[in-house]
Design a protein around this ligand. Structure first.
Ligand code: HBI
Ligand code: FE
Length: 291
């Protein structure tokens, strides 16, 4: 995580909240071309796999294939819907800065876009992951409330409870890799990490390999996650109202309870789990999952 002083070398105009001006006119044809390639790929795999709320957010915000979005114009549309704006940042920002932006309905989007030879994987979230992956769901009023509540909760977890790890797991298994039950007994995608990845969009919905487990707040907060491969388990919510209602739970009592008790590996399935589909992979145990 670069510090403000380090970032000042490459972004002299960076502000104390780590935001920079996008200077949309400075993106070149190659960068707009990468956006178009990624967008066109996802446009082929998401219908029938992404949830309706995501797809209508994409349409309502007029996020299209033609090129990297102009964040000010995008924010003017988004703000009319749910009060959120999208701000440009050089890359990952410190947790407390990230939470403060979310708590004030500002979503920080990486300024850069991956290179054409990095289409399938990158270590830091770029503007395609952040804007194509995260922003459409911010047009959904209940999810928009959830993200603000997450930001406020993050500040408390960081400052009062040293429970950031538990909260990061909640973010990971909902905002980044969450699934929602669809009426026909299947699942649909709302998580940004999935929806911005062609291969994982297919894997998360159709592969028999991963577990798909009914969402439970404490269960998720106790479950480690991997950052370097497809998820071994996905957690399935029944509705965004259900997810938002979780934020009203007494997190202080929960964090105390979490301080003791088990931590689960990504591939574990518990007797108490509501198993939607049990994965065919066998958890090999082995190296502890990356945190
Ligand atoms: N910074 N720009 C940016 N984007 C993120 O998604 C992000 C971050 N900083 C921290 C972070 N995510 C995670 O550690 C959160 O779980 C806190
Ligand atoms: Fe993300």
């Amino acid at each position: 995580m670069a510090t403000l002083d380090q970032l000042r070398l490459t972004h002299p105009e960076i502000r104390d909240d780590f935001t920079i001006d996008q200077h949309w006119e400075t993106y070149g044809a190659a960068e707009h071309g990468v956006w178009k390639t990624l967008y066109d790929r996802q446009a082929k795999v998401l219908p029938g796999r992404a949830c309706d709320e995501y797809l209508s957010g994409l349409a309502d915000l007029k996020l299209e294939a033609d090129g990297i979005p102009h964040l000010e114009r995008l924010s003017d549309r988004l703000e009319k819907l749910t009060g959120w704006r999208v701000v440009s940042v050089p890359g990952l920002v410190p947790d407390e800065v990230f939470f403060d932006h979310l708590a004030h309905r500002r979503f920080p989007a990486g300024h850069f876009i991956r290179r054409a030879d990095q289409l399938d994987y990158l270590e830091e979230p770029d503007i395609f992951h952040d804007v194509f992956g995260h922003v459409p769901m911010l047009a959904h009023p209940v999810f928009a409330d959830y993200m603000e509540a997450y930001g406020k909760g993050g500040m408390r977890a960081l400052n009062e409870f040293h429970a950031l790890k538990n909260l990061a797991r909640l973010y990971w298994y909902t905002v980044e890799f969450g699934l929602i039950a669809s009426g026909d007994g299947g699942v649909r995608i709302y998580g940004s990490g999935i929806v911005s990845s062609r291969t994982e969009s297919i894997y998360a919905v159709e592969s028999p390999s991963p577990n798909r487990i009914g969402f439970d707040l404490e269960r998720v907060m106790r479950t480690e996650y991997r950052i370097d491969d497809f998820q071994e388990s996905y957690f399935v919510i029944r509705s965004f109202d259900e997810l938002f209602a979780e934020t009203y739970k007494d997190f202080a009592a929960l964090y105390c309870k979490l301080a003791g008790g088990a931590t689960y590996r990504p591939g574990d399935v518990l007797a108490t789990d509501h198993v939607v589909t049990r994965g065919t992979h066998t958890y090999v145990g082995g190296s502890h999952a990356a945190e």
